[in-house]
Every structure is written in structure tokens, then in C-alpha cells.
Design a protein around this ligand. Structure first.
Ligand SMILES: [Zn+2]
Length: 286
């Protein structure tokens, strides 16, 4: 994947080095918040709840941590900046074509271990996630080691797929599709949660299809990169994760979709480049 030299808009809030949030070390508070925001997490959190998304009963966040805004200079953070900007550029164009205005997320927050968010306490163990309350994406870069090690998905394109998936959740928030999902329930193979996650995968595919047409053509994915993206989508399927952690598969508890489904919808977006092909809410079969 080519990305060096791509446009960087500096929509990064760098909280690395601030350290974990003080005073919250116990499982109690963390467990609750984990369930609250698990919904938008990138497929590794088993304890998702949909009803909690309404925001009711959320603990008031402690004082928010403030990071440094702008473009960090280290390559791993710069990569996130360039990819985020490229995904923004793609969605700006797509929204324009239907006469709408795209608003980028408020920031991609880079943090270590734990941080405050508009959805409660954010922790590395959750994996990357999107918080609709503050419209920020939260990412601990140590997840990349997990992605290549535990999930076996290597290469920059696999990382870019993760970022594009979370940006997909932002698009769903802008278009109210997350509200639609909420009405359809949180668990099970055809739940609102699964439909929302598969749509975010499809949106990641839509991004991949257009990546090289924006940002001055400096970001480009080849066929092997698409394969890497597919491999990442497959690696974080509910069935694959469950098999790895429990040795069996329980579709009733699916929250993100199976490996085959995640690949199918990523491919649908990547092959058409058309968000209309991502209507997982009307699809008869997923
Ligand atoms: Zn997701």
C-alpha cells in the first residue's frame, strides 16, 4: 500500500504519553463502560450491548484528557493521519455526488492503555472504536501488534481497513443508520449490530475502491492490499474469534458477523465502490 506523501489534514489528537486515566483501575467501572461502548468496537469485544447506546445511565465522564492536535511526526501516527484524511476525502466526494455535505470526525485520538471519551472510559483491550457522542475514533497503536500477531493480519492495508471501518461507523452516525440499527437489537446473526458492523465493512471496501482517486493520488491500494484487507476482515469474524477463544461457534451471540460475511461485505463495497451496495438493513441474506 502506498501512503507516504499523501495529504495529512492533522485531524489527530495525540494523547500518547499522558498515561492511563488516574483513579480508574478496577474492573468495576471499566466493565460497565466496556459494555456501553462495545457496540462500535472493532470486533474483539464480546460484551456488546445495544440498549446502552441510548446513552441513558452512562456515568458522567471524568475530566476529559486533552491531547495535542495536529500532525504528529512519527511514521506510525502519520500513517493514521494520512489514511484518515484519505477516507475523509473519499466520503466528501461521495456525499457531494448526492448533494450532501460530509463532516469529518472530530478527531482520531491516539492514546496509551486508557483514556476518557464521550462514551466513558476507553481502554486498549476494547480495540479501536468510534464514540458517537463526541464523534471521535479512539485508537491505541499497540492494536497493530495484536492485529498482525493474534489476528494474523499483516501489512498497512490491514491497518487501513481497521481505520476505514471505524470511519464507516462515523458515516453511519451522520446518516442516522446507527439509530436504525439500534431498533433492530444487539445480538444474534441478523441483529442490528451485525448489520451495522457488516455495513461498516462494506463502507471500508467503498473507501478502498476510491482511495487512489483522491488525496492527489498518493494513496493507492493494489490487488494484494485488497487481499490483506479481506484477510483482516476474516480474522475478526465472530465465528473465528469465538473458535479461538472458546473452541466453538455460537451464532446467537454474534455482534459483528462471521468471517465469510465480513469478507463478503468488504468485497461488495470494494468491487462496486458504491455505498448503495452496502444496504445490509434490507439485504435478505447477510
Ligand atoms: Zn465496528
Amino acid at each position: 500500500m502506498e501512503w507516504r506523501g499523501g495529504r495529512a489534514s492533522g485531524n489527530i489528537e495525540d494523547r500518547r504519553g499522558l498515561g492511563p486515566v488516574a483513579g480508574i483501575g478496577g474492573l468495576g467501572a471499566g466493565g460497565v463502560v466496556l459494555a456501553l461502548i462495545g457496540y462500535f468496537v472493532f470486533g474483539i469485544d464480546p460484551s456488546t450491548t445495544l440498549s446502552a447506546l441510548s446513552g441513558a445511565g452512562q456515568p458522567a465522564p471524568a475530566e476529559q484528557q486533552q491531547g495535542v492536535r495536529g500532525t504528529p511526526q512519527d511514521p506510525s501516527a502519520r500513517f493514521v493521519d494520512v489514511v484518515e484524511t484519505n477516507v475523509d476525502d473519499v466520503w466528501t466526494q461521495i456525499f457531494q455526488q448526492s448533494g450532501e455535505r460530509y463532516q469529518p470526525p472530530a478527531a482520531v485520538v491516539l492514546y496509551d492503555q486508557s483514556t476518557t471519551t464521550g462514551c466513558g472510559l476507553g481502554q486498549s483491550v476494547m480495540g479501536p472504536f468510534y464514540c458517537p457522542n463526541d464523534q471521535k475514533i479512539y485508537l491505541d497503536l499497540s492494536f497493530w501488534q495484536e492485529l498482525s500477531g493474534r489476528f494474523g493480519a499483516q501489512g498497512d492495508a490491514a491497518k487501513a481497513y481497521v481505520i476505514a471501518h471505524e470511519m464507516g461507523h462515523h458515516v453511519q452516525h451522520l446518516t442516522d443508520q446507527d439509530q436504525q440499527a439500534r431498533r433492530l437489537g444487539a445480538r444474534g446473526a441478523t441483529s442490528g449490530s451485525v448489520r451495522l458492523e457488516l455495513q461498516a465493512d462494506c463502507y471500508a471496501g467503498v473507501w478502498a475502491a476510491h482511495a487512489s482517486q483522491v488525496s492527489g493520488g498518493r494513496v493507492a491500494l493494489g490487488p494484494k492490499d485488497i487481499e490483506d484487507g479481506l484477510r483482516a476482515a476474516s480474522a475478526v469474524g465472530d465465528d473465528t474469534l469465538q473458535r479461538a477463544s472458546q473452541g466453538r461457534v455460537a451464532p446467537d451471540s454474534f455482534t459483528h458477523g462471521s468471517s465469510a460475511q465480513r469478507m463478503r461485505w468488504f468485497r461488495a463495497g470494494a468491487s462496486t465502490g458504491d455505498p448503495a451496495s452496502c444496504d445490509t438493513f434490507r439485504a435478505a441474506s447477510l
